[in-house]
Design a binder for this molecule. Structure first.
Ligand code: FES
Ligand SMILES: [Fe+2]
Length: 337
């Protein structure tokens, strides 16, 4: 499987700023492209992870004098890909485009490092609301690269029905469902599902993290971002922006930014509470996505049917493919969650 053009043409979150201190180089994968990320005093650089000389991985090199030095013969490359030095040869290399590594556009925004693989990517990544909003406390969560497809992870977070079953006791309960209304709104270039309910969810997470919930909304911002917002009668309680970066066709790197109103509780306490409840939920999703991927790989491809609860049906996939949807709101659907 290759990636849809819309995915290849997007900006991708590949690392958190906090994991890229000055002088560090590391390899990240994005849409099957290995990338050498490195931080100099001037900022972060991103080069295709292949030394143009003899194809050694540049990500294994060290950062020296504002360049990334290849471990094999020591050629040094600047953030724009220019070959700044060929050790032992008294020649001017900087203007020799033939010797250059392949640079990628890279931007650091809201605590993340974003890379564009294609010239078709816009000047700046597009962000959902409240990412980086100074009126909120934010913390990023990241746990390596997972087996599975980024698209299935996006569907997982947009799907409320698995929360009763897979996350029994943590988010909702399978034996104690509540009546809710699901309202799906298509925005043309995105889609959201609002869950209206009169009581908080029955799981532990709601009991600890919520007080006066009246609804939650999950919105897909194609191709790789989903934002879930829990709102009480008066204000936002919690906003989670999840970004699923395709690493290879069989793996993806999930990132999540948790945003809560300033002053609700000390930032460290909110962070500790969220981490405590998140850990088991994340482990359950990770296992489910891995197992699903094993089965799809065994059969060679996915083969999905949509049941009565799958009210987004194939619309997420159309958006993932870069298509737009007719705008409009579906009639509310009453279900038990
Ligand atoms: S392979 Fe990189 S300098 Fe020779
Ligand atoms: Fe889940």
């Amino acid at each position: 499987m290759s990636f849809p053009q819309a995915v290849l043409d997007a900006w991708h979150l590949v690392a958190l700023s906090r994991d890229m201190p000055r002088g560090k180089a590391r390899k990240v994968m994005c849409c099957d492209t290995p990338i050498a990320l490195f931080r100099t005093d001037e900022g972060v650089g991103a080069l295709v992870d292949r030394c143009p000389h003899r194809n050694y991985p540049l990500s294994e090199g060290r950062v020296m004098n504002g360049t990334l030095e290849c471990p094999y013969h020591g050629w040094r490359f600047a953030r724009d890909g220019r070959c700044a030095e060929v050790p032992g040869c008294q020649v001017e290399t900087a203007c020799d485009a033939r010797l250059a590594a392949t640079p990628l556009r890279v931007l650091e925004r809201h605590g993340g490092i974003f890379v564009a693989l294609s010239d078709a990517a816009p000047a700046e990544p597009a962000f959902p609301p409240d990412l980086g909003n100074p009126a909120l406390d934010h913390f990023w969560w990241q746990q390596g690269t997972w087996r599975g497809r980024a698209f299935d992870a996006i569907e997982n977070v947009m799907d409320p029905f698995h929360t009763n079953h897979l996350h029994h006791g943590f988010i909702r309960r399978r034996d104690k469902r509540l009546p809710v209304e699901l309202i799906v709104t298509s925005h043309g270039n995105g889609i959201d599902m609002k869950i209206e309910q009169t009581q908080p969810d029955t799981g532990l997470m709601s009991r600890f993290l919520e007080r006066d919930r009246s609804h939650s909304v999950s919105r897909y911002y194609p191709p790789t971002t989903v934002q879930a917002r829990w709102e009480g009668d008066t204000q936002l309680t919690l906003c989670v922006t999840a970004i699923f970066t395709p690493a290879t066709k069989d793996t993806f790197t999930p990132f999540a930014c948790f945003s809560t109103p300033n002053g609700m509780a000390p930032g460290w306490l909110k962070q500790a509470a969220i981490r405590l409840f998140l850990a088991p939920v994340v482990a359950q999703d990770r296992k489910a996505l891995e197992r699903q991927h094993e089965v799809m790989s065994h059969f060679g491809q996915p083969k999905f049917i949509s049941g009565p609860g799958d009210i987004l049906k194939t619309r997420l996939h159309h958006l993932w493919m870069g298509e737009t949807l007719p705008k409009g709101e579906d009639p509310a659907v009453k279900v038990m969650l």
